[in-house]
Design a protein around this ligand. Sequence first.
Ligand SMILES: Nc1ncnc2c1ncn2[C@@H]1O[C@H](COP(=O)(O)OP(=O)(O)OP(=O)(O)O)[C@@H](O)[C@H]1O
Ligand SMILES: [Mg+2]
Length: 397
Amino acid sequence: MLWNFGCIFLLPSLIARLEGGGKLMSALGIMLDPTRKSYEIQSFEDNLRRRVVGQDRAIRQLARAYQVFKAGIAAPGRPLANLLLLGPTGSGKTRLVEAAAEVLLGSERAILKIDCAEFQHSHEISKLIGSPPGYLGHRETHPLITQEVLDQYHSESLKLSLVLFDEIEKASDSLWQLLLGILDKATLTLGDNQRVDFTRCMIFMTSNLGSQEMAKLVEGGLGFASTMQGSDPELDQKIYRTASEAARRKFTPEFMNRIDRVIVFRSLQREHLEQILDIELRRVQERVTLAAEDRQFIFRCTAAARDFLLEEGIDVKFGARHLKRAIERHLVFALSNLIATEQIRLGDVVTVDFDRSASRLVFFRDEKAALVPAMRLSAEKAMSAASHATPAALLAP
Ligand SMILES: Nc1ncnc2c1ncn2[C@@H]1O[C@H](COP(=O)(O)OP(=O)(O)OP(=O)(O)O)[C@@H](O)[C@H]1O
Ligand SMILES: [Mg+2]
């Protein structure tokens, strides 16, 4: 104790000398910098940021949890992290988990996802954990959660599982009991008494609780406040408090005490949706590239086409969900028609524009730019390189 006090008072005067390499020296040794990020964590964050827009705080918090795991000093006997994700619908909660799976485990589907709304009735729990031996149908019920299922995405280099409990406010009491056990002791006992170990899992739980109140704080209703540019620490604080108070009102203290971090997602603004549009268009292009070999082509959207999709996709209630729907309805559906009627062929370059008078997207095949099939291979290579470039570079008219 005395020693600690001594340190507090002596430290400033002890940090006296600057060594040749710019390192601060003191009688206690070389001063270290715990804010410096490793290359791996920095690139994890950068990769998430390329996929999830406008949620930097959430990304940083997830990266911190991952860093503790990578350093090997996560608390023993518990999951690696219990994270509660709050925020409006379509703001990127599920997308963040998918993006983490994509970056860390190679596929956005590498998640064990439990939709709590599907287990609202207690008897449905047997779908999750199987029924006890002797019960009718015991042999036919294959539990959704088993050790095998949980570990299926482990690799030699990374033994990590991502588990997502979606819409937890809809969970039944018995699902809550299971969840509490997992969050606290990292174990789940199945119907046949086998145990599932969750110590190598990051547990994500999502909920829309408090999003109505949060929306009221942001000028302009649910999202898209044009006046709110960049970050506003005071507003951030208020939004965080509103969300966590709503969670505290709804969830029991025993649940909240098991949460390591409450991560609050912000409503998306127009500038974010513009970036999400680029990401989503790139994903459509990837779908085209992965389609049957004889149907690959490249499409480009003009600025007018992009503006149209954005206007169609802005909806104050559904965040980016509505934008995705607009892309499917106006672009993907039309492209699929053009493919089916063979108006688009292998190696074509298609320009997508907006016809103001008809108020719809229009499509043009560029005769000169058409790629002959022999060039397809190099086009594919260019495509995959472009998909790593900035979205604007790929989609510029
Ligand atoms: N911040 C974001 N960055 C990038 N894409 C996003 C973002 N938010 C939403 N999207 C896009 O919208 C889709 C729907 O978002 P997501 O599923 O993450 O919403 P959510 O916050 O989980 O909503 P809900 O509470 O309704 O489950 C995503 O698949 C993604 O394509
Ligand atoms: Mg979701």
